[in-house]
Design a protein around this ligand. Sequence first.
Ligand SMILES: NC(=O)c1ccc[n+]([C@@H]2O[C@H](COP(=O)([O-])OP(=O)(O)OC[C@H]3O[C@@H](n4cnc5c(N)ncnc54)[C@H](O)[C@@H]3O)[C@@H](O)[C@H]2O)c1
Ligand SMILES: CC(C)[C@H](C(=O)O)[C@@H](O)C(=O)O
Ligand SMILES: [Mg+2]
Length: 369
Amino acid sequence: MKKNIAVLPGDGIGPEVAKGAVEILGAIGERYGHKFTFRYGQIGGSAIDRHGNPLPDETLALCRQSDAILLGAVGGPKWDQNPPEYRPEQGLLKIRKELNLYANMRPINYYASLLESSPLKKEIIEETDFLIVRELTGGLYFGKPSERTYRDGMEAAVDTLYYEREEVKRIMKLAFELASTRNQKVTSVDKANVLESSRMWREVAEEVAKDYPEVTLEHMLVDNAAMQLIKNPRQFDTIVTENMFGDILSDEASVLTGSLGMLPSASLSESGLHLYEPIHGSAPDIAGRNKANPIAMILSSASMLRHSFGLEEEADTVEQAVRSILDSGRRTADLAGSGIPYSTSEMVEAIKEEILQKDAIVHIMDAYA
Ligand SMILES: NC(=O)c1ccc[n+]([C@@H]2O[C@H](COP(=O)([O-])OP(=O)(O)OC[C@H]3O[C@@H](n4cnc5c(N)ncnc54)[C@H](O)[C@@H]3O)[C@@H](O)[C@H]2O)c1
Ligand SMILES: CC(C)[C@H](C(=O)O)[C@@H](O)C(=O)O
Ligand SMILES: [Mg+2]
């Protein structure tokens, strides 16, 4: 198979982890005979520095000409004081909107060998396996007005939580579709005791649920959901929620896996051009030190193999290689505790070797048989 992949490394640890994912995809290409062509584009702070724009037109054009997109992370203190349109995060919001990447899937899987890395009790996190379906192109991030203003002579600021019914219906349908291939339960998370947008969200959830009689729907207020995620995460199968609620709940959920550096995501569009990104940011506190955990980014590329290219076995191979390396006790600094940590590049190398070495083992077994 031949595929063109747009790689947008971004800022901070973005380029470090993106490089790792590209190497892993290279190893998959080598093992299975695929030809992946990687074309690089600028986004975020590095794009501001070079082009004066957090999402240059060339980057969007590159993405549109590609079969899938890999994105590292954007942002950092260097640009924190920039005016809003010159902030790296604007590049990320714009690419999501421009490419209509309305659904962000954030799977939370537990790793037996990382049970000790979480501050939570083993009995609570064992067997955790749920999916957060985060609406990504609406809600509080995109509603207008969003500005600094004056009211009654007082300085004020306003952001708007705006959803169209159809936008809610679209994400809700996807959540039900996914839940029907999982454990048949949707938890719709909102703040319907206060927000009108949440009351509409709830109505739509009820309406869509009628088309999926095999799926159980429950509603949960977001503040309670934040608590339940830590107290009893096994109750969840598919969580569907508004853009900002999903952002916050998913970082919280990363604690169940032991590190933010473990969680991948896929941002899906209706057009079939999808973007794959870890849920973490540019981690300025560790950037440039070869310390970042590349696994979230590597698992995002596995998701790309599966969802964009239909390469199920190849995706399984990457995920299995990650599990084997973790099972063998190898850890980056975020998970190493008092053990000796692997650097980012050592971790990538270990996973790569695992992928290629398995191939060799299969050949030896074939010859023996
Ligand atoms: N998708 C994105 O591009 C994205 C996501 C979140 C934050 N950001 C941006 O990143 C910048 C920093 O934000 P922040 O510090 O609040 O969040 P962050 O996710 O960058 O980091 C939070 C903490 O987690 C750690 N961490 C994150 N990823 C890690 C990894 N792969 N391996 C090991 N440790 C990791 C960091 O070292 C830090 O201590 C901000 O500019 C923010 O806007 C971007
Ligand atoms: C950087 C920021 C705009 C982004 C978001 O809130 O969507 C990030 O936190 C994420 O989770 O991808
Ligand atoms: Mg976030």
